[in-house]
Design a protein around this ligand. Structure first.
Ligand SMILES: Cc1ncc(COP(=O)(O)O)c(C=O)c1O
Length: 376
């Protein structure tokens, strides 16, 4: 028999995490459809909570995935050569300036792990994508949140924040921004980048750029070595479930990111699907056209319902539930099978973020919302 001293670990202290990790709230994902069905017994659920593509993905993706099914026992190409070749052709960035990620979130994480230590700072805007502040905490670094201007990035104030904090390593900018949908003017953004020390990395998160060509700032990469652009196949390309994204940068920066990323961080199926999706730009045009039409329709409905909203350049829209109890309205929507995103965690308790769905989904949302708002 073993002695109790050698096997009883009950008195052992758990390893204590860094203070900044203890302080970290987990990322809130949109409620999964299955969970809503389980909780409220509603079957025809409409999910407008995670900015996914309601149309799906290009039909070419199915064939590309099928072709990989016999190869699943083999690791993927760790360098993602064919996908990078497609991205190179599409963006005009050479292969050695492309890094692939398990979703663009993976790339944001790799960037922080590569460049940010405990003595450093990360600058981002109030109401910007929540992951930036989480990354600062994960790295034990200082997160500097700059107050927003009209719900968007205040670039003058962000420049000042960099000036005031000489230890700033990364400035994260989401353009268009999630959750507010705001967009920066190209000239203003260029001026901002030009005004920063070249030792500060400007990470432009273009997760929604397909929906708004004005937000494509690829040209900055020709001019500035301290710019990184991060994009995803999760939104317009409709591959959120596969987890794949890419970063464009100078070759030296990509070289560093490639040292930090996990080997085989993108799956064989993900690589093949993304290459096929990228090649089908007609599909992206259809997606964007539908999004534009449906966004206009939703804006009209919100006007009719007397609800304020922020003009959005992406595939979602932030709506103000005027001095009503927003949490109760969100709850009533859930109980009737409509999932949207409350923004309490962003410090926007009176707002809901709604992903633009297809026509039937949007009609269902508006009908449900109208009935809740008029049913006092
Ligand atoms: C601005 C922004 N960046 C990055 C992401 C991460 O997306 P993914 O990891 O699916 O590429 C999201 C997802 O919602 C986002 O809104």
């Amino acid at each position: 028999m073993h002695s109790s001293e050698s096997t009883d670990l009950s008195s052992a202290q758990p390893t204590v995490a860094y203070d900044s990790i203890l302080d970290l709230a987990p990322y809130q994902t949109g409620k999964p459809v299955e969970e809503l069905t389980r909780e409220y017994g509603v079957s025809d659920v409409v999910k407008l909570a995670s900015n996914e593509n309601p149309i799906g993905c290009s039909p070419a993706v199915t064939l590309a995935i099928t072709e990989q099914l016999g190869q699943l026992s083999r690791y993927p190409d760790g360098n993602g050569y064919y996908l990078k070749q497609g991205i190179a052709e599409f963006t005009g960035i050479k292969l050695d300036g492309i890094t692939l990620g398990n979703g663009s979130n993976d790339l944001l994480d790799i960037l922080a792990r590569t460049f940010v230590g405990t003595d450093d700072a990360i600058v981002y805007s109030q109401y910007a994508f929540v992951v930036y502040s989480m990354l600062a905490k994960m790295q034990g670094a200082t997160g500097i949140e700059v107050p927003a201007q009209r719900f968007g990035h205040d670039l003058d104030a962000m420049r000042q924040a960099v000036e005031d904090n000489a230890n700033t390593k990364i400035v994260f900018i989401a353009n268009p921004n999630n959750p507010t949908g705001t967009q920066l003017e190209r000239a203003e953004l260029r001026q901002f980048v030009a005004s920063l020390p070249s030792s500060v990395l400007v990470v432009l998160d273009e997760a929604y750029t397909e929906y708004s060509p004005e937000s494509n700032n690829r040209a900055l990469l020709d001019e500035f070595d301290n710019v990184v652009i991060v994009r995803t196949f999760s939104k317009a390309y409709g591959l959120a479930g596969l987890r794949i994204g890419y970063a464009l940068s100078s070759a030296p920066i990509a070289g560093l990111l490639n040292r930090v990323r996990q080997p085989f961080n993108v799956s064989r199926i993900g690589l093949a699907a993304a290459a096929a999706a990228l090649a089908d730009q007609d599909f992206i045009e259809t997606v964007c056209q539908t999004n534009r039409e449906q966004m206009q329709w939703l804006e009209k409905q919100f006007d009719t319902l007397g609800l304020g909203f922020i003009k959005s350049h992406a595939n979602f829209i932030m709506v103000e539930i005027d001095d009503e109890d927003t949490a109760a309205i969100n709850q009533a929507l859930l109980e009737q099978g409509v999932i949207v995103r409350p923004l309490v965690g962003y410090g926007l308790p009176d707002w809901l973020r709604i992903t633009v769905g297809v026509a039937e989904e949007n009609m269902r949302l508006i009908d449900t919302l109208r009935s809740i708002l008029t049913d006092d």
